[in-house]
Design a protein around this ligand. Structure first.
Ligand code: SF4
Length: 186
């Protein structure tokens, strides 16, 4: 059985990839590493939801509970405009995942970010592959978006908390700030 480290951005996005990868015969270990989730209470809530999913789907997960908010903001400072901040956000998470996968002697690593229709999918693939080369561990590319509807159904069946914004405080503003939406700046 091939051992796969699955970076989990949040529980709802992980539902479809976990079922698919299990069907394909992978032994899955999840990795929760998401310093991009703000504020802290929201971060805790999403981490707790991943613990529930771990239990319900009978997988193991590693929690890199390094909530380095300050470092994350330093990284995106003066580069807060989309898509630049998202590219940096992918890079920090995928390179950490690659490094953990290498140390843990996994065969592959990948990310549930590839499930979301709201992410820059092609860039994720590029950054994942770059991280794979940097840490000498294969990045398993999958277009999990094919299971978008199915994934939402599973997350509802499992009664998982489903968040309303991507993660960072900028995405929270973009989701809820009416003035911004009306001006079509987001
Ligand atoms: S919108 Fe999402 S992917 Fe982009 S920087 Fe914020 S948390 Fe990261």
């Amino acid at each position: 059985m091939k051992r796969l480290l699955l970076h989990i951005c949040c529980a709802p996005c992980a539902c479809y990839p976990i079922r698919l990868l299990k069907d394909e015969g992978f032994e899955i270990t999840g990795l929760f590493f998401n310093p991009n989730i703000h504020p802290y209470q929201e971060y805790l809530k999403r981490m707790e939801t991943v613990r529930q999913l771990e239990d319900k789907e009978k997988i193991k997960a590693i929690y890199l509970d390094r909530y380095n908010l300050e470092e994350w903001f330093r990284m995106v400072a003066f580069r807060e405009i989309k898509p630049i901040r998202c590219y940096l956000c992918y890079q920090t998470r995928l390179e950490t995942a690659a490094s953990v996968a290498k140390k843990g002697k996994f065969d592959f690593f990948t990310s549930t970010l590839l499930f979301s229709k709201f992410q820059y999918h092609d860039k994720l693939k590029e950054i994942g592959e770059f991280a794979g080369r940097k840490f000498n561990i294969p990045f398993l590319y999958k277009d999990f978006r094919e299971g978008w509807k199915k994934g939402i159904e599973i997350s509802k069946e499992l009664n998982l908390y489903r968040q309303q914004y991507c993660g960072c405080i900028y995405s929270e503003k973009e989701r809820f700030c009416k003035k911004l939406k009306e001006s079509k700046l987001v």
